[in-house]
Design a protein around this ligand. Structure first.
Ligand code: SDX
Length: 393
C-alpha cells in the first residue's frame, strides 16, 4: 500500500489522541486530574466529586454536586430481570467475568442506550445510570461469593457509604460502617479514577470509536483491566506475597527469581510503562496502609513482607537500572483485604474506581468526533501462492 507505517508494537511511543483529562509525568512521578494534583484530591476530595471533575471538567459547586449525587441515587436500582441473568453465574465465578458480562448486559436492558445520535442529555443519563448501577452490581457479586442475599441501595447514603452498606450490610441488622473505612474507600477509588491512555482506557476509546454504546465500551475496558499485567496485578500481588510468606518470607530469594530471565516469576506490583520514578499513587497508598491497619488494629504480616521487598528492590541494580518501582497495585490489595474484601474482588474494585475515568475518556473521544480506530501493520506472512487441491497437499 502507499505511504509509510511506523511500527510501534505495544504503542510504547505512540500518542493515540489529544486529551485534557489526566496529566502524567513519568520521569517526575506526577499525576493530575484536570490540573489538580492527585495528592490534593486524595486528601481533600471525595470519589463522587472527583468523578464529576473527570467527566465534566470542573470541580462542582455544592448545588452541582448535590444534584449529581441525587441523580445517581435515583438510578442505583438494577432491573429485577437482571437478577435472572446474574443468578446464572456459579457462585465461584470470577468477579471480573461477572462484571464485564453484567455491564455489557445493561445495554440489552437499556434499549435507549443503543439509539444512534443520542443528545447530550440522553448520553448524560446513560452516564449517571452506569455510575449508579455499577456500585450495586459490584456489591451483588460480592454477596454471591458469600452465598448471601443482596442488599438494596438506600438513598439516604452518599455513593461510597451506600456501596459499603450494600457490600457489608446484612438484611438482619443495620451494620455500622466505620468512617475510617469510608475514608479509605474514597481514597482508593480516587487514586484509581483515571490514568490517561492505559491499556483498558485505550480499549474503551477504540471500542467507542466504532460508535458502540457506552455499556459495550466499558464492558470491553473491564475485560482489558482483568489481565494480571494491568488491573489484575493487585490480585496477583497479594497471591505473590502469600506465596513468599508461605515460603518462609525469604524476600532475597524471590528478588533473585524476579531477576532470573529463565524464571517466569515477575515481581507483581513493580514496574510501569510510564512511571520511571515512583508511582505517586503507590506513595499515598503505602502511607494509607499504615494508617488504616493501625486504626483497624490489624497486623498483616504480608505488609511487612511487601515493605522488605520494596526496600531490597530499590537497592538492587536490576530494578534500579530498569527504573522499576512499586506501582499502584503493590500496596492497594493490603488495604482492600484489611477492609474485608476477598482477593478476587480487588480488580473489580479497581474497575469501580476507574469507571469515571473510562467514561470521561469515552465522552471526550465522542465530543472530539474522533475517527474509528484502525491501526495498520507490517505484513511478514507468506508471499503470493496458488490454492492446492486437498488431494495434492
Ligand atoms: C497498572 O498503564 C497504566 O497506567 C496502568 C495502570 C493504570 O492506572 O491504568 O497504572 C495500572 O496496570 C499498573 C501495572 C500493574 N502491573 C504489574 O504490576 C505487573 C508487573 N509489571 C510488569 O509486567 C511491567 O512492569 C509492566 C507490564 C507494568 C510494564 O511493562 P513494560 O513497560 O512493557 O516493560 P517491559 O515488560 O518491557 O520491562 C522492561 C524491563 C524488562 O527487562 P529487560 O527485557 O529489559 O531485561 O523490565 C523488566 C522486564 O523483564 N521488568 C520486570 C518487571 N517489570 C518489568 N522484571 C521483574 N519484575 C517486574 N515486575
Amino acid at each position: 500500500q502507499s505511504g509509510y507505517v511506523t511500527l510501534d508494537i505495544g504503542y510504547k511511543n505512540t500518542g493515540a489522541t489529544k486529551s485534557a483529562i489526566t496529566f502524567l509525568d513519568g520521569e517526575k512521578g506526577i499525576l493530575k486530574y484536570r490540573g489538580y494534583p492527585i495528592e490534593q484530591l486524595a486528601s481533600q476530595s471525595t470519589f463522587i466529586e472527583v468523578a464529576y471533575l473527570l467527566i465534566y471538567g470542573e470541580l462542582p459547586s455544592t448545588e452541582q454536586l448535590n444534584d449529581f449525587q441525587f441523580q445517581i441515587s435515583r438510578h442505583t436500582l438494577v432491573h429485577e430481570d437482571m437478577k435472572k441473568f446474574f443468578d446464572g453465574f456459579p457462585s465461584k465465578s470470577h468477579p471480573m467475568g461477572q462484571l464485564s458480562s453484567l455491564i455489557g448486559a445493561l445495554a440489552a436492558f437499556n434499549p435507549d442506550s443503543l439509539k444512534q445520535g443520542q443528545t447530550k442529555d440522553e448520553i448524560n443519563l446513560e452516564i449517571i445510570k452506569l455510575i449508579a448501577k455499577m456500585s450495586t452490581l459490584v456489591s451483588w457479586i460480592y454477596k454471591k461469593s458469600l452465598g448471601h442475599p443482596v442488599i438494596y441501595p438506600q438513598n439516604k447514603y452518599d455513593y461510597v457509604t451506600n456501596f459499603l452498606h450494600m457490600t457489608f450490610g446484612q438484611r438482619t441488622e443495620d451494620v455500622k460502617i466505620e468512617p475510617v473505612v469510608v475514608d479509605a474507600m474514597n481514597t482508593l477509588l480516587i487514586l484509581h479514577a483515571d490514568h490517561e491512555q492505559n491499556c483498558s482506557t485505550s480499549t474503551v476509546r477504540i471500542v467507542g470509536s466504532s460508535d458502540a454504546n457506552l455499556y459495550a465500551s466499558i464492558s470491553a475496558g473491564i475485560s482489558a483491566l482483568w489481565g494480571p499485567l494491568h488491573g489484575g496485578a493487585n490480585q496477583a500481588v497479594i497471591e505473590m506475597l502469600e506465596k513468599i510468606k508461605a515460603d518462609g518470607g525469604d524476600t532475597d530469594k524471590w528478588i533473585a527469581k524476579a531477576k532470573d530471565k529463565n524464571d517466569p516469576f515477575r515481581m507483581m506490583g513493580f514496574g510501569h510503562r510510564v512511571y520511571k520514578n515512583f508511582d505517586p499513587r503507590a506513595k499515598i497508598i503505602k502511607k494509607a496502609c499504615d494508617d488504616i491497619l493501625d486504626k483497624l488494629g490489624i497486623n498483616d504480616e504480608v505488609l511487612e513482607i511487601a515493605k522488605r521487598l520494596e526496600e531490597a528492590a530499590l537497592q538492587d541494580p536490576y530494578f534500579v537500572e530498569r527504573k522499576l518501582y512499586p506501582n499502584v497495585d503493590f500496596y492497594s490489595g493490603i488495604i482492600y483485604r484489611a477492609l474485608g474484601f476477598p482477593t478476587d474482588m480487588f480488580t473489580v474494585l479497581f474497575a469501580l474506581g476507574r469507571l469515571p475515568g473510562w467514561i470521561a475518556q469515552w465522552k471526550e473521544m465522542k465530543e472530539n468526533k474522533e475517527p474509528i480506530g484502525r491501526p495498520r501493520q507490517i505484513y511478514v506472512g507468506a508471499t503470493d501462492r496458488d490454492y492446492v487441491d486437498i488431494g495434492k497437499r
